[in-house]
Design a protein around this ligand. Structure first.
Ligand code: CTP
Ligand code: CA
Length: 221
C-alpha cells in the first residue's frame, strides 16, 4: 500500500532495467553463470513503477515475482539479453543495468550432453567474450540516461570511477562492502562526474526508492 502513495516523480518516463544473472550453456545440461539474486533490479523496477514510470524489466533466470504493472521479458544468455535490450533502449528515457552479465560464454554449444570418457581426461572449454550491453546502449546516438552497477571486491571507488568512464555513463552505482548475494539489504555508493555519495545500509526497496528519487532529480529539466 505504501508503494501506491509514493510521489509520482517519474510520471511520463519510460525506464528499462536489466536484472539477474545470465546463463551461458555449455551443453543441454550444463552452463556458466554468475551469482545474482536479481533482488536489487526487481526492487528498482518496483520503485520506478510506483513512482509513475512505465517499466520494462529484462530478466535473466531468477525465480522472483514480477512487480505489479511491470512489463517483464525473460532471457537466458547475455546475447539474448543484448538482443532484447538494444531495440528497446532508444524508446526509454532511462536504462539501468543491474544484471550480472556473464563476461564469457563457451565458444561452442554442444548439442548433446558431454560424457566423461572414463580415463579422467577433462574436456577443454574455449570461451569467447559476450557483448557489453551497457556500453552498447551508452554508445547509441539517441541514448537514454544510463546507469551502471558494479560489484567490486577491492578498491571500490577507484574501480567504480574507472568503470564509469570506460562505459561512458553519467552514473555508476557500486555495491559497498562484501558481496551480499541474495541478501535483502545493501549499501550503495553513487559515482558521477561530481564525485561520490553513499546510500547507507537499508532494505533493497528503500535503496531503490532513494535511487529513483535521485534519478528523478537528474532527469528534471
Ligand atoms: N554489463 C553489461 N554487459 C556486460 C557486462 C556488464 O551490460 N557484458 C553491465 C552490468 O550490468 C553493470 C556494468 O556493466 O551495470 C558493470 O558490470 P561489471 O561486470 O562490473 O563490469 P565489466 O565491464 O564486465 O568489468 P569486470 O567484470 O571485468 O569488472
Ligand atoms: Ca563483468
Amino acid at each position: 500500500l505504501i508503494g501506491f502513495f509514493q510521489p509520482k516523480r517519474l510520471r511520463g518516463r519510460r525506464v528499462l532495467i536489466t536484472a539477474g544473472p545470465t546463463f551461458e550453456a555449455i551443453d543441454p545440461v550444463r552452463g556458466i553463470t554468475n551469482h545474482s539474486s536479481g533482488k536489487m533490479g526487481f526492487a528498482i523496477a518496483r520503485a520506478a513503477q510506483e513512482a509513475g514510470a512505465e517499466v520494462t524489466l529484462v530478466a535473466g533466470p531468477v525465480h522472483l515475482p514480477t512487480p505489479r504493472h511491470v512489463h517483464r521479458i525473460n532471457v537466458q544468455s547475455a546475447r539474448q539479453m543484448h538482443a532484447a535490450v538494444l531495440p528497446l533502449a532508444t524508446v526509454h528515457d532511462v536504462f539501468i543495468a543491474t544484471a550480472a552479465v556473464a563476461d564469457w560464454r563457451p565458444a561452442e554449444l554442444a548439442d548433446e550432453k558431454i560424457k566423461k570418457d572414463g580415463t579422467g581426461q577433462v574436456p577443454s572449454l574455449a570461451l569467447v567474450e559476450n557483448p557489453d550491453i551497457l556500453a552498447a546502449v551508452a554508445a547509441l546516438p539517441d541514448r537514454p540516461y544510463c546507469v551502471g552497477f558494479a560489484a567490486e571486491s577491492h578498491d571500490l571507488l577507484r574501480h567504480a570511477t574507472a568503470k564509469r568512464l570506460r562505459k561512458n555513463v553519467p552514473l555508476l552505482v557500486a555495491n559497498i562492502g562484501p558481496a551480499t548475494f541474495g541478501q535483502d539489504t545493501n549499501a550503495l555508493m553513487l559515482v558521477d562526474d561530481q564525485g561520490h555519495t553513499e546510500l547507507p545500509q537499508a532494505h533493497k526497496l528503500t535503496l531503490a526508492r532513494a535511487l529513483v528519487a535521485e534519478l528523478a532529480r537528474r532527469l528534471a529539466p
